[in-house]
Design a protein around this ligand. Structure first.
Ligand code: IPM
Ligand code: MG
Length: 348
C-alpha cells in the first residue's frame, strides 16, 4: 500500500514549494497525499492555526510534510489573538515530536555562496539535535500590563530521551550546549547528559559547551562540531546561525521525530524546511524549493525508511547545484519552476 503523507503547505511560499515537492516525490515512488490548511491559512478558515481534525489526520499519517507558516497578516502582540506559530507548536506537542534533527553540510558547489571563507567551512558536516517539546517554548506564560514571564523547565526524562537521540546519531563526538553557569535547567541538563553518557555511550566523546561560546565556535571553527545537542530555544537560534554556513537558509531541511513519545502520540514525523514563509517573496515564483526537497528526502529516510529514494533526491539536488543551479537567495536568478526542473533532470 502506498505510504500516506499528510501535507500542510501553510502560508507564504509554503504552497509554492510544496507543489513541486510532491512532483519530486511522485518521481521517486508511490504515495498518497492528503492536504490540509495549517497556520495562518487555518486561522482564516477556522479561527485557529491547528484544528483537532488536522491533528488527528496527522496522527493517522505515515509522515507529515510541512511548508511554512506565518506572515504579516497574522502578526500581533495581542496575547489573545491566534498566531500561526501556535499551530506549529501544537503539532509538535500533539504528535510528541521531541527530537528535531537539522543537518548542516555545506556542498562544495556552494562554498562560494557562504558569507564565510571557503577554508573556514570546507568539510563542515554537523547535525543539530534540538529538543522540541519542552523548555521555555512550552512553560507557563504570564502577562500583566507591566510585566511578562516565560517559564523554562525540563525534566530528567525529557533531557535523557533527546540526549539518547544525539548519542545514537553520533559517530564520535557530541557537543552538549547549555548555559550551566547561569541556568538551573542547564545544570540539570548537564548532569543528565553526563550520566547517560557514562552509562550507555562511553565510546562517544562528550563535551559541554556554553551556548555563547558555541555560537562563536560555530562561525570560528564549524568543522569542530559533529553533533550539537541542545534545548529548544538554543537549538532554534543556533540552527539559523548554522544555516548560514551553507550559504542560505533556503537549503536547510529538518525532521521532527517522536518515537517513544507520550502514549498515543503516534509515530508520524513532521518534515519541514528550517526557513520560514518568506512573505516578502511569496507569490513571485522565486522561492528556493531545495530545503523543501531535502526535507522530503528526510521524510523518505526517517519517516518511511526509504533510504535509496532519499539518497536519490539528495544526489539530484547536489547534481543540480553542481551543474550551476542558483536561486536568487544564492545569487542567481533561477525561479522555483526552473529549480524543480533542474533537480528532476538530475534524478537517476
Ligand atoms: C523553527 C521556527 C519556529 C521555532 C517558529 C516559527 C515558532 O523558528 O522551527 O525554527 O521557533 O521553533
Ligand atoms: Mg527557528
Amino acid at each position: 500500500m502506498a505510504a500516506h503523507i499528510v501535507t500542510l503547505p501553510g502560508d507564504g511560499i509554503g504552497p509554492e514549494i510544496m507543489a513541486p515537492t510532491l512532483e519530486l516525490l511522485n518521481a521517486v515512488g508511490e504515495f498518497d497525499f492528503e492536504e490540509h490548511v495549517f497556520g495562518g491559512a487555518s486561522i482564516d478558515a477556522h479561527g485557529t492555526a491547528l484544528t483537532e481534525e488536522v491533528l488527528d489526520a496527522c496522527r493517522r499519517a505515515d509522515a507529515v510534510l510541512l511548508g511554512a507558516v506565518g506572515g504579516p497578516k497574522w502578526d500581533t502582540t495581542d496575547p489573545h489573538a491566534p498566531r500561526p506559530e501556535a499551530g506549529l507548536l501544537g503539532l509538535r506537542k500533539g504528535l510528541g515530536l521531541y527530537a528535531n534533527l537539522r543537518p548542516v553540510k555545506p556542498l562544495p558547489a556552494l562554498y562560494g555562496a557562504s558569507p564565510l571563507r571557503r577554508e573556514r567551512i570546507e568539510g563542515t558536516d554537523l547535525l543539530v539535535v534540538r529538543e522540541l517539546t519542552g523548555g521555555i517554548y512550552f512553560g507557563e506564560k504570564t502577562r500583566t500590563a507591566s510585566s511578562a514571564s516565560d517559564v523554562c523547565s525540563y525534566t530528567t526524562a525529557e533531557i535523557e530521551r533527546i540526549a539518547r537521540t544525539a548519542f545514537k546519531a553520533a559517530r564520535s563526538r557530541v557537543s552538549s550546549v547549555d548555559k550551566a553557569n547561569v541556568l538551573e535547567t542547564s545544570r540539570l541538563w548537564r548532569e543528565v547528559v553526563s550520566e547517560l553518557h557514562a552509562r550507555e555511550f562511553p565510546h562517544i566523546q562528550l563535551e559541554h559547551v556554553l551556548v555563547d561560546n558555541a555560537a562563536m565556535q560555530l562561525i570560528g571553527s564549524p568543522r569542530h562540531f559533529e553533533v550539537i545537542l541542545t534545548e529548544n530555544m538554543f537549538g532554534d537560534i543556533l540552527s539559523d546561525e548554522a544555516a548560514m554556513l551553507t550559504g542560505s537558509i533556503g537549503l536547510l531541511p529538518s525532521a521532527s521525530l517522536g518515537g517513544d513519545g507520550p502514549a498515543g502520540s503516534g509515530g508520524a514525523g513532521v518534515f519541514e524546511p528550517v526557513h520560514g514563509s518568506a512573505p516578502d517573496i511569496a507569490g513571485q515564483g522565486v522561492a528556493n524549493p531545495l530545503a523543501m526537497f531535502l526535507s522530503a528526502a528526510m521524510l523518505l529516510r526517517h519517516g518511511l525508511g526509504l533510504e535509496s529514494e532519499a539518497t536519490a533526491v539528495e544526489s539530484a539536488v547536489e547534481g543540480a547545484l553542481e551543474a550551476g543551479l542558483r536561486t536568487p537567495d544564492l545569487g542567481g536568478d533561477a525561479g522555483t519552476a526552473q529549480a524543480t526542473q533542474a533537480v528532476l533532470e538530475n534524478l537517476d
